[in-house]
Design a protein around this ligand. Structure first.
Ligand SMILES: [Zn+2]
Length: 186
């Protein structure tokens, strides 16, 4: 018989002595309060915001994305180019994924993080799962078409065997303001 390791097991602990299930840390509220979950992604989101600016200059809805390698370095970037190249699939995320995969010579982007200014749509959420990215970080919530927690949660669908981590709401106000400003001029 294998020996049982010492220490409290389920039989030794009453129902009240179990630790709470893992919860997302609740950041302290108030402006300027540190947010250990989102703050580390702010510099990358600023790069994505700059990419989104390039989309707006070309007449496209400002959405920008950067793809970070396992070491955190930027592998590729992309911005929405639907109008620019007349391609319904030319979303920022898809372009960043394609460029990063081409650079790596490998379609699997395991270990990578995609940072995007707007919650991915169904197509991009599907592409992120297909690319096997480890993590998706986004800024503004897209309540009308978002597929990473809003309208759908395709990236964390338990029926799929690859489910990237999702971190939402990084620089959310700046990302939303950029989109609002664009549509105000339309
Ligand atoms: Zn998309």
């Amino acid at each position: 018989m294998p020996s049982v390791p010492p220490g409290p097991g389920p039989a030794a602990a009453g129902p009240d002595s179990f630790p709470d299930p893992v919860r997302e840390p609740v950041p302290p509220s108030g402006p300027g309060a540190p947010d250990p979950v989102r703050d580390p992604w702010r510099p990358a989101m600023r790069l994505a915001l700059a990419e989104a600016d390039a989309a707006a200059r070309g007449g496209d809805v400002p959405v920008g994305a950067v793809l970070l390698g396992p070491d955190g370095a930027v592998l590729a970037a992309g911005h929405n180019e639907r109008e620019a190249v007349h391609d319904p699939t030319a979303h920022a995320e898809v372009l960043a994924l394609r460029r990063a995969a081409a650079l790596r010579g490998e379609w699997r982007l395991t270990g990578c993080t995609l940072v995007v200014t707007l919650e991915p749509c169904v197509m991009c959420a599907g592409a992120l799962v297909q690319a096997r990215v480890d993590r998706v970080v986004y800024g503004a919530v897209d309540e009308k078409a978002g597929a990473a927690g809003s309208l759908w949660d395709l990236v964390r669908d338990r029926r799929l065997n690859h489910r990237p981590e999702v971190i939402a709401g990084v620089l959310a106000e700046e990302c939303s303001a950029q989109l609002t400003a664009f549509f105000r001029t339309r």
